[in-house]
Design a protein around this ligand. Sequence first.
Ligand SMILES: *Cc1c(COP(=O)(O)O)cnc(C)c1O
Length: 398
Amino acid sequence: MNLQTKAIHAGESPDLLTGASAPNLVMSTTFVTGADTTFSVEGLEENEGWIYTRWGNPTIHQLEEKLAALEEAETAVAFASGMGAIVALLFHLLRAGDHAVVSDVAYAALAELTNDMIPDLNIEISKVNTADLDAVQKALRPNTRLVYIETPCNPLLRLTDIAAVANIAHSAGAKLVVDSTFATSIATKPLLLGADFVIHSLTKYAGGHGDALGGAILGNKTDLVPLRKKTAIRLGGTISPFNAWLILRGLATLPLRMRAHQENAWTVAKYLENHPKVKRVIYPGLPSHPQYELAQRQMKNFSGILTFQVENGQEMARQLAEKLQIIHYAVSLGHHRSLIFYLNSSDLLKTSFKFSTQEQLDSWHQFAGEGIFRLSVGLEDAGDLIADLEQALNSQPQ
Ligand SMILES: *Cc1c(COP(=O)(O)O)cnc(C)c1O
C-alpha cells in the first residue's frame, strides 16, 4: 500500500460484529476475560486479548498500528502526550551512572528535564549542537547510552543529519532517539536512516486539529515490547481511547494535510522574505535556510513551520497578538489553524537552553537573533493568511 492508502486503511478493518466501516471508540477500561487470564503483566503477550486499558485497548491499538505503518516501524506505543512518551523512553533507557548526549536546543520541557531532573538521578547529560557532527563525536564517552536529537528542532528549525549521527552513536554503542514531531513521518523516516527510536508528539501534525494530546514511541519490537511492560503499563501515561480515536481520524489525512501545509508555508515564507519589516525568515524549504542542502536530502516535505525576525520583536508581538484576525496568537503547532508565538531569546536562554560554549550561543543567534516569531502555517487560504499578516504587521502600534 502507498502512503495515502495506508493513512486511511492501516490499523483499521470493518467491525466483525456490526460491520461498522469506521473504527469503534472503545472507552471500556476493563474487559471480560476467561478464568485462566493472568493478573500480572509478566508473561503477558503483546495485545493477546484485552484485559485492562492501561495494558492495551482496541482503539489505542488501532492508532498504534496506523502510526507504525506510516513510519515503516515494526511497532508503536502510544502515550497521553509527547512528554509522556519522552519521559517513558528516557526512563526505559537510562540508569544511574549512564551518560546521554542531548541536542542543546530541543522541545523546552525536554530541555528543562535534562537540565536538572535527569542529572539529579545520577545520569550525566551533555548538551551539544547536534548539527555539528564533530561536537557529537567529541561528546561521546564509554558510558554513553543514547544520543537524542530533534530535526527540525523546536524552535530554531535547525536540522541534524540523522544518518550521520546514527553512525556516530552506533560506533560508540549508543542508541539514537529522534524526535520527529516537526518533520512527521511524511517528511522523514528516521528509522530507515538508522535511528533506533522515533518520538512524535501526536498533539501536533499527527492529530492535526488541536483537540487531543498524545504521544508515541516507534521502533523495533525487541525494544518496545519490554518498554510497554516496564514503562507504559507501570508509569501509567496511557492515552485516553477518545484521544486515540481523534488522532486515528486525524492521521487519515496526514499526507494530504502535510502537502497543503508545505505549500502554504512556502507561500507565506516567500511573502515574509520580501516584507520590509522582516529581517530574516527561516524555513527548511527556502534556499536561504543555512542547511538547505541537508533539508533537500533528508526531508520529502518541508512541513508547515517557519520562523521570522523583526526589529523590536517584543513590541511587534503585542501588535500581532492584538491585530491578527485569522492567525491565533497561541503556542503549539501543526494544527489546521495557523498559530503564531514570539520566543524571546534572552528569556529562553535563561529558562530552558543553557549553553556551555560560545559556538552553541553563536548557532542560536545565527538562527534566532534576539527572538523569533514561530509561525505554524495552517490550512487556511494562503492569500487570507498573507492579508492577515500584512494588516497586522503594518498597523500602528498602540
Ligand atoms: C510539543 C512537542 C513535544 C511535547 O509534546 P506534548 O504532546 O505537548 O507533550 C515534544 N517534542 C516536540 C518537538 C514538540 O513540538
